[in-house]
Design a protein around this ligand. Structure first.
Ligand SMILES: Nc1ncnc2c1ncn2[C@@H]1O[C@H](COP(=O)(O)OP(=O)(O)OP(=O)(O)O)[C@@H](O)[C@H]1O
Ligand SMILES: [Mg+2]
Length: 265
């Protein structure tokens, strides 16, 4: 089986700065993987290169075996990849539910026949009903159903993050890249979201790569594997237990942030 994501020798330079330095890793189908590392170590830049937003200095990226290295972001999305941004980009003049209703592909009314049908039969068709139903149930899962009809410009940072996760799931991605989706979300809800993502991976078989800044937090959140970056490079990859016991990882974190890794028993 081809991996959902295969990053090989990825390098990104901004002028003289090497932001991502020969990074290689895979995300298998149905895997839930964390990408962690101190501030400025190149996590978001890695996402930006994978999703086609930034030109790569070197390296190859495959999505479900398809070489997407030279593709545009919309083409890479068609290959099955959806991503969110560290700084959420919602459609601010639209309500929460409207934001959720946009991403699904092949919506009713996109073919001439369907457009003609809606002229004569103006009530909603079952396909549309199902999409609306799914949008509401996504908001339920993220515990923001009461915000369905708020403009997204009225939301707090944490609430915007939740709506952004929901919107990214509405397109039924096969591979989902989330950039710090729970930053600014209260602890208990953040944990619940991780649980929901875990369940979604197990139930639907999608693959998720999630950037999380807080190492202490991700170690406890049921990811299958963790990739640790430091200063543009992959420092190590392994299970949460392997990462927890790795001296180099601990030093990278102590050196960069002064935080210690503490596990609550
Ligand atoms: N568009 C850009 N132009 C120039 N330098 C950039 C650009 N984007 C990122 N950088 C630099 O590249 C390095 C990696 O940044 P990046 O945003 O990928 O880190 P990060 O791991 O996502 O950090 P954080 O945890 O703070 O989100 C940093 O030194 C950053 O200043
Ligand atoms: Mg970042």
């Amino acid at each position: 089986m081809k991996p959902a994501l295969n990053v090989m020798g990825l390098r990104k330079m901004f002028g003289g700065l090497v932001a991502v330095d020969d990074v290689s890793f895979k995300v298998e189908e149905g895997e839930f993987v964390g990408l962690i590392g101190p501030n400025g170590c190149g996590k978001s830049t890695t996402f930006n290169c994978i999703s086609g937003l930034l030109e790569k200095t070197a390296g190859t990226v495959e999505v479900f075996g398809e070489d997407v290295t030279e593709m545009r972001p919309d083409q890479i999305q068609k290959a099955g990849l959806t991503r969110t941004f560290q700084h959420t980009r919602l459609w601010r003049e639209m309500t929460v539910i409207e934001n959720d209703l946009v991403p699904p592909r092949n919506q009713f009314g996109t073919t001439i026949l369907e457009r003609a049908r809606s002229l004569f039969l103006p009530w909603r068709n079952p396909k549309e009903e199902a999409r609306i139903e799914r949008a509401y149930s996504t908001l339920d899962q993220l515990e923001v159903p009461h915000m369905a009809h708020n403009l997204t410009s009225e939301l707090s940072g944490g609430q915007s993050k939740l709506v952004d996760i929901g919107r990214s799931m509405m397109g039924e991605p096969k591979l989902l890249l989330l950039d710090e989706p729970v930053a600014g979300v209260a602890g208990p809800l953040a944990m619940k979201i991780f649980n929901n993502l875990r369940n979604m991976v197990d139930e639907t078989g999608i693959s998720v790569l999630i950037i999380e800044h807080n190492m202490d937090f991700i170690l406890r959140q049921g990811v299958d594997r963790i990739i640790v970056m430091n200063e543009g490079e992959v420092l190590m990859q392994g299970t949460p237990d392997e990462v927890k016991g790795n001296r180099e990882v601990i030093e990278a974190y102590l050196g960069a942030t002064g935080e210690t890794i503490q596990e609550e028993e």
